[in-house]
Design a protein around this ligand. Structure first.
Ligand code: CMP
Length: 140
């Protein structure tokens, strides 16, 4: 069965590495069911990362996510949530370079905060984030 996930190219990477990252998305066999370029509002970023509220880096994270346009996509594939996480690689690019050198974060992240891409951590979050960014839509 096909699954959907929300994938996002963060502002700094969207500026510098959009084409290279899109190339890797396509090579990995994802269908891009929806795509738009949009700067997240403070409110959207807060909702998006509500599970991280209270962490020391939370405000920095929201700032980094709202500083310019992101590329926001719904990616569709069998096992899309997990496969997109694999393609992103570990959160910290220094770890990614060691364990997953072919991953997007190993290749295009600046640091742990500005780590090139985001992806939903599970199917429930995927549905929530998709609605947060695209509203209530019929994906298929
Ligand atoms: P992301 O996949 O967007 O999900 C939450 C983000 O929080 C994560 O990528 C990182 O950018 C950021 N993050 C997680 N842990 C840390 C940390 N220890 N220091 C700074 N930023 C972090």
């Amino acid at each position: 069965p096909q699954e959907h996930t929300l994938a996002l190219i963060k502002p700094a990477a969207a500026k510098k590495h959009k084409d290279d990252i899109m190339q890797k998305v396509k090579e990995a066999g994802f269908t891009i069911s929806k795509i738009k370029e949009e700067a997240l509002t403070h409110e959207m970023a807060t909702q998006f990362y509500k599970d991280h509220k209270g962490k020391p880096f939370f405000e920095h994270l929201v700032t980094c996510m709202t500083e310019g346009p992101s590329v926001v996509m719904i990616l569709t594939k069998e096992n899309a949530v997990e496969e997109w996480r694999q393609l992103m690689g570990p959160t910290d690019p220094e770890v990614a370079k060691v364990t997953s050198p072919e991953s997007i974060r190993a290749q295009f992240a600046q640091d742990i905060l500005s780590n090139a891409v985001h992806g939903s951590s599970n199917r429930e979050h995927a549905l929530e984030s998709i609605e947060c960014v695209f509203g209530e839509i019929d994906i298929d």
